[in-house]
Design a protein around this ligand. Structure first.
Ligand code: NAP
Ligand code: F7E
Length: 362
């Protein structure tokens, strides 16, 4: 039985990865940081929390002693470093904390592995945000980086630390440059979940309007359940390397809103321009989406689109879920959680109500 240590297990990817590794017969040690308000709901949704092969351990990525203690106590074969301050907007208001956690924290963990047992295989969660002001499209492993946020800068430091540990110490350190991946378990501050939740609530009359920032931004959105499979494959490869995981298609925030609201039974019509643009419900004529310039970022990543050919070729990895199905899954989960159905849809096109747990395996 292999043992894996996952940092940041309480996050979206941590929950999906823990469930995947348990299904593959691993013993999973899940690192969580101490908080006055624990966030184990994702692990509970995927039936991982009480699983006999799963164990929670207190761990803070910024504390080297904390990493040494976990490594020496549990002797993992694989370490997946998913812990991060991962919200780009917050990285502008908390740049130092973001650098400490998402940048230096990764290097601290790599050093702990090097000094305790360098045979351990390490996965570093790198990000398409490192491409930022993109120099080429689509982006792949050879595209130059130009981060546009303190988060992107911190992730770039962590990525090069991973590459450097690979080259300097011959350690097995894989870096996955992952494009945006979402799910019903996504944090509510990220735009897809914010939209999916609002679409459900507005259609049920529980919320009047959704306020969004930049509607023009485009992202390559995939499903988190597919991407954690790619992380695992990177650590089973014959040699450590850097891989892009993406779907190869890009969708604007406005288009994602169209998809989500349609799945909630509302067709949107867009009127106006810039900060005055609004999304109007085609049936009722009510404005249900509006732009709030306070949500614009100091620097924006306009368009991301990945080219995952290397992962397909060398890892046999392919994303299964496309953005339209992702939006459908996320909105269906919102209705499921409030115990309602998207009432305005004709019966035949009602999306199946899938809980996050079934979404993983479907
Ligand atoms: P997430 O939901 O924000 O989860 C981040 C996790 O890190 C949470 O468990 C959080 O704990 C933990 N954490 C934060 N600071 C920590 C610290 N000092 N010590 C230990 N744990 C800490 O992020 P995600 O979407 O699952 O993403 C997983 C990783 O992939 C992150 O590194 C992210 O930057 C990266 N990534 C994500 C995407 C994406 O689209 N999802 C794309 C590319 C890269 P709390 O629950 O206590 O907050
Ligand atoms: O924003 C725009 C926003 O916060 C996506 C993280 O997982 O992926 C994620 O970072 C886009 C941006 O994700 C709102 O300006 C408009 O252009 O969902 P997001 P992100 O910033 O792309 C990367 C790859 C990571 O690594 C990160 O950890 O949507 N947008 N209106 C909005 N975004 C938010 N959050 N809220 C809005 O109201």
């Amino acid at each position: 039985m292999k043992t894996a240590f996952i940092t940041g297990v309480t996050g979206q990817d941590g929950a999906y990865l823990a469930a995947l590794l348990i299904s593959k017969g691993y013993r999973v040690i899940g690192g969580y940081r101490r908080s006055s308000n624990q966030t184990f709901w994702r692990l509970a949704e995927l039936n991982t929390l009480a699983h006999p092969s799963f164990c929670l351990v207190e761990h803070d990525l910024t504390d080297p002693h904390s990493s040494f203690a976990v490594l020496s106590t549990y002797q993992p074969d694989e370490v997946y470093n998913l812990a991060a301050q991962s919200y780009v907007t917050a990285s502008f208001s908390q740049p130092s904390a973001t650098a400490q956690i998402s940048g230096l924290g990764a290097q601290t963990l790599l050093e702990a592995v090097r000094l305790s047992r360098r045979e351990i295989r390490v996965y570093q969660a790198s990000s398409a945000e490192m491409f930022g002001k993109v120099r080429a499209s689509p982006q792949d492993e050879l595209t130059p980086f130009h981060p546009r946020s303190p988060y992107g800068v911190a992730k770039l430091f962590a990525h090069w630390s991973a590459v450097n540990h690979r080259e300097a110490y011959e350690m097995f350190v894989a870096s996955g440059i992952l494009f945006n991946h979402e799910s019903p378990l996504r944090g509510e501050e990220f735009v897809t979940r914010k939209i999916a939740k609002a679409a459900c609530r507005i259609s049920l009359g529980a919320q009047a309007r959704l306020r969004l920032g930049n509607l023009h931004a485009k992202r390559d959105w995939g499903f988190a359940g597919d991407y954690v499979e790619g992380m695992w494959r990177m650590l089973q490869a014959p040699k450590p390397d850097t891989f892009v995981l993406a779907t190869g298609t890009t969708t604007s925030v406005r288009e994602f809103a169209d998809l989500a609201f349609l799945n909630a039974g509302m067709e949107l019509i867009w009127r106006g321009r810039g900060a005055d643009e609004v999304g109007v419900c085609a049936t009722s004529g009510r404005t249900v989406v509006e732009v709030d310039p306070a949500l614009y970022r100091p620097a924006e990543v306009d368009v991301l689109i990945g080219r995952p050919n290397k992962a397909e070729r060398e890892l046999g990895w392919r994303p299964q879920i496309k953005v339209a199905e992702l939006a459908k899954m996320m909105v269906a989960a919102e209705f499921h959680w409030v115990g309602a159905r998207p009432g305005l849809l004709p019966e035949a096109s009602t999306p199946p109500i899938r809980s996050p747990a079934t979404a993983l395996t479907a």
